[in-house]
Ligand binder design. Structure first.
Ligand SMILES: O=C(O)[C@H]1O[C@H](OP(=O)(O)OP(=O)(O)OC[C@H]2O[C@@H](n3ccc(=O)[nH]c3=O)[C@H](O)[C@@H]2O)[C@H](O)[C@@H](O)[C@@H]1O
Length: 446
């Protein structure tokens, strides 16, 4: 049965009479109605989409039944997704950050599951400071080693948050929950040669991550003092030795070095504009127990024990390469002394209130050793001869030598390296054998 006119046009008084007897009018009205309905449906659809997108961007509403209104924030004008935490998580952070000594520091340690980060964290905890770590546990080298370090820290009551320093919402949340006195920033994409394979990971961690962290620090109230890891690689192609902090650093030989140099310039800006106290530490080829498997002393050890050949690079005119290898315990002392002497940041809530410290220190050993001598020491403690292959240094960002002048750190931090390469490698080999369960030479089949 055809629908009645009344059913077709039920609503508009005064209009229906005219349209009732008019075919074209009726048709036009039907078309008009269905177009309006479509338009209405489209508008509703667009409205729903818009609301959904807004919620996704700001995180300031309810998605998938999860209320995320706690922290929607901005980072340089960009809306941030909210950081979600629960009471138990906040409690773990708070407990980890509570100092066990009077006037203990409260420190955020980035890269806490890393080599230097884990050692510095343990040293701070040992003397009664409060701290929480953050680490993204990326797979640049074996993640199991990072997990083992995390385990070690957890046993001492140090909580390591698994996240990336580029998570601005997380950092904001942390700085609201905890009044950090200091940030020890050791998270980075390390490694000189890997920069040719994966340059963007260096930009992500060493540039974007650094700025995200500085932003969080400058917005914090109170602002923490920041101590962070630069690198001896900023001296690049310098030939003047030993390297002093005032020497030129505008000829980086690798993209890695360039990102560290950029970090130093960014640090200056944040100190200048926002009154952040910032100390940059130029580490010189740090080695030791719980070290980084990508570094030469570590990979040589692994390969020597496996009976595999190792490549020893040679510089121009067949010269040996040399490094100012620095033992981890000396570096830790330099880091802790830097925290203790950093003074206060002067700004608050993003506003500068006065000049703050801006410092740069070399942390090296001051006595470079050639790579072949490093291998000889390893052979001595591993009691296995290395299968050495000497090759020309590939064009991969390496520099021929490094040598630190540490007199500035000595005067201002009381820094004095005490471990030579022989002693340090002995400690490393002892740790390596135990950690990897390597049998002693008497029982080992080579
Ligand atoms: O102090 C620094 O600034 C840097 O120190 C190390 O970089 P690097 O000195 O190159 O340390 P290794 O990768 O352990 O290399 C040590 C020496 O062994 C040499 N090498 C490396 C690998 C190899 O297969 N053969 C070889 O002869 C290198 O050319 C270099 O002279 C770290 O990897 C960087 O993250 C750090 O920033």
């Amino acid at each position: 049965m055809a629908p009645s006119v009344q059913e077709d046009f039920p609503s508009t008084p005064g209009k229906g009479k005219m349209e009732r007897n008019n075919f074209f009018g009726r048709a036009a009205s039907r078309w008009h109605t269905s177009a309006s309905a479509k338009l209405f449906a489209l508008s509703v659809f667009l409205l729903v989409i818009t609301i959904f997108i807004c919620f996704r961007i700001t995180g300031n509403g309810m998605i998938d039944g999860y209320i995320t209104s706690a922290y929607s924030s901005t980072n340089g004008g960009t809306l941030l997704p909210a950081f979600k935490s629960d009471h138990a998580w906040d409690l773990k952070v708070a407990q980890s950050c509570t100092p066990e000594r009077e006037n203990g520091l409260v420190v955020l340690v980035t890269g806490a599951a890393g080599f230097v980060g884990s050692h510095v964290s343990l040293a701070l905890k040992k003397r009664g400071d409060g701290l929480v770590g953050i680490d993204n546990f990326n797979d640049y080298y074996e993640v199991s080693l990072k997990r083992a370090r995390q385990e070690l820290l957890l046993k001492q009551g140090i909580f390591v948050i698994e996240d990336d320093i580029n998570n601005a919402a997380l950092l904001k949340h942390l700085f609201v929950k905890v009044q950090f006195t200091h940030v020890m920033h050791l998270a980075a994409q390390a490694g000189v040669r890997y920069a040719m394979q994966n340059p963007m990971s260096y930009i992500h961690s060493n540039i974007a991550g650094l700025v995200t962290l500085f932003e969080a620090c400058k917005n914090a109230n109170p602002q923490p003092a920041v101590v962070w890891a630069s690198s001896s690689s900023v001296y690049g192609l310098n030939s003047k030795v030993p390297f002093s902090e005032a020497d030129r650093t505008d000829q980086p030989a690798s993209l890695y070095a360039a990102t560290k140099k950029a970090g130093e310039e960014l640090a200056h800006t944040y100190n200048h504009i926002y009154g952040l106290s910032i100390t940059g530490l130029r580490f010189f080829t740090v080695y030791g127990p719980w070290g980084r498997p990508d570094m030469a002393y570590f990979s040589f050890t692994r390969d020597i024990l496996k009976g595999k050949e190792i490549n020893i690079y040679k510089g121009q005119n067949d010269r040996d390469l040399a490094r100012d290898f620095t033992f981890i315990d000396d570096i830790v002392k330099g880091c802790v002394a830097s925290l203790d002497t950093a003074g206060r940041s002067t700004g608050s809530g993003g506003k500068k209130r006065g000049a703050a410290l801006f410092r740069t220190f070399n942390l090296g050993n001051t006595s470079p050793v050639s790579v072949p001598v490093l291998v000889e020491i390893l052979e001595k403690y591993l009691k296995v001869p290395a299968k050495k292959v000497f090759i020309k240094m590939p064009r991969n960002g390496d520099v021929p030598f490094t040598h630190a002048n540490v007199s500035l750190a000595q005067t201002q931090l009381g820094y004095k390296p005490t471990t030579n390469l022989d002693t340090g490698l002995k400690k490393f080999v002892t740790w390596y054998m135990k950690y990897y369960g390597v049998q002693s030479t008497k029982t080992r089949r080579l």
